[in-house]
Design a protein around this ligand. Structure first.
Ligand SMILES: [Zn+2]
Length: 177
């Protein structure tokens, strides 16, 4: 899929003129992030605004938004998860540069002062993804499927073990009373 995301950019140059990049990137083009999703469909809307703060730091204020397909780790069914992320980063060349940054900025490493925006977008997307995707608690769909699985025999669900432990603990407590 084509997208107009630029290759390497010079963030300092864009900051000097207060430029912004905004567009969409296909999930299928994000090799690391797509491995964490259950479908490669969908796209990420992004906005990166380049500015220079009062102390002369180059600042990139970013926003991401997407609706992605993930797999619920309770019922193992796919669902659509809305992802929104806001971040503020400052480009640095090395660890010394990162250490010198004010704490309000996250460091983003550049190669010879150049930044590859798709890498930044992908890193921030990965940070925004849920570590364990789950339907909302008590979602009727999720509950129904879990019950169906319980009725079935050998459905491999790692969370069943935990559930069983909890059930046993609860019934033990009930007996103790
Ligand atoms: Zn579920």
């Amino acid at each position: 899929m084509n997208n107009s995301i630029p290759g390497f950019i010079d963030p300092h140059k864009l900051a000097k003129t207060g430029q912004a990049l905004q567009d969409k990137v296909a999930v299928a083009d994000l090799n690391r992030a797509k491995k964490l999703l259950s479908s490669e469909s969908g796209e990420i809307k992004y906005q990166l605004v380049f500015t220079t703060d009062a102390e002369g730091y180059c600042v990139i204020s970013g926003k991401l938004g997407s609706i992605l397909t993930v797999r619920c780790q309770r019922c193992l069914k796919e669902f659509q998860q809305s992802i929104e992320s806001d971040f503020v980063v400052s480009p640095v060349n090395d660890d010394a540069g990162a250490k010198a940054l004010p704490s309000s900025y996250e460091a983003v490493y550049t190669a010879d002062g150049k930044l590859y925006p798709i890498e930044l977008i992908e890193d921030e997307l990965i940070l925004a993804l849920p570590i364990v995707p789950l339907h909302e608690f008590d979602s009727p769909e999720c509950v129904a499927l879990t019950k169906a699985q319980e009725a079935g025999s050998d459905f491999a669900n790692p969370f069943r073990v935990l559930q069983d432990i909890n059930v046993n603990k609860n019934s033990q407590q009930a007996e103790d009373k």
